[in-house]
Design a binder for this molecule. Structure first.
Ligand SMILES: [Fe+2]
Length: 193
C-alpha cells in the first residue's frame, strides 16, 4: 500500500477548486508530476508532504490517513466552542465550530471540560462590574493553571498564566458566561455563571 493515496490528493485538490496546474505551480513541480501522483504512477517525495498538506489545507496526519474533517463555524455560538491545547508547546486554540487543528505536527483532540473538583475549585466573586475568578491551586513549574478563560455567547477572553503567578483573573461582566481553568497536568475545568 502506498503511504499516500492519489485519490486523496485529487479529492483534496478538487475540494480547493485547484487545477493540477495550479497545485503544481504552488508546489514548484510540473503538472505532469501532480497527474502522476493522482493516478498512482508516482509518489510525492517525503519532503513534499508538508508543503502539499499546507496547500491542500489539511494536517499531515489527515493527508496521510486520507481522512479529514471539514472546518466550519456555522454554529457561531461561542458557548459551544471548544478549547485545544498542544501538549508539546502549550499553544492554546479556541474554535467556535467543528474542525481539525494541529500544532507541532500533532492533531489535537478537543478538551472535554470537567466540573470543578476540590483540587480545581474555581471561585467567582463579583467586584463592581467584573467577575473575579480565583482557584486554590499550585502554581509550580510542572503543575500550574496555565490559563483562565471566560466565554459568552458572542466572545471569548483568555488570560494566560505562568508559574509563580496568582491563579486568578478578572473579566468584565457580559451576561451569562462559562469560566474555564486549564491545569497543565489535570486538564480543563468549568463553571457556569
Ligand atoms: Fe492540577
Amino acid at each position: 500500500m502506498n503511504y499516500i493515496s492519489g485519490k486523496t490528493i485529487k479529492d483534496l485538490r478538487e475540494r480547493k477548486s485547484l487545477t493540477q496546474k495550479q497545485l503544481a505551480q504552488r508546489l514548484m513541480v510540473s503538472d505532469k508530476t501532480v497527474s502522476k501522483w493522482e493516478t498512482g504512477r508516482g509518489l510525492p517525495d517525503i519532503t513534499m508532504i508538508e508543503p502539499l498538506a499546507r496547500e491542500l489545507q489539511v494536517s499531515v496526519a489527515e493527508l496521510l490517513a486520507g481522512e479529514w474533517s471539514e472546518n466550519s463555524n456555522r454554529s457561531a455560538n461561542m458557548l459551544k466552542g471548544r478549547f485545544y491545547v498542544c501538549p508539546m508547546c502549550g499553544n492554546i486554540i479556541f474554535s467556535c465550530g467543528e474542525g481539525s487543528f494541529s500544532c507541532c505536527g500533532i492533531t489535537l483532540p478537543p478538551l472535554e471540560p470537567e466540573e470543578r473538583d476540590s483540587s480545581h475549585f474555581i471561585s467567582a466573586e463579583q467586584i463592581e462590574y467584573e467577575h473575579y475568578i480565583t482557584l486554590e491551586h499550585p502554581m509550580e513549574k510542572d503543575h500550574y493553571i496555565s490559563f483562565i478563560a471566560c466565554v459568552t455567547d458572542s466572545d471569548v477572553c483568555i488570560v494566560k498564566l505562568y508559574p509563580e503567578q496568582n491563579p486568578g483573573a478578572r473579566f468584565k461582566m457580559r451576561g451569562s458566561c462559562a469560566v474555564f481553568a486549564y491545569c497543565n497536568r489535570h486538564g480543563l475545568y468549568k463553571i457556569k455563571l
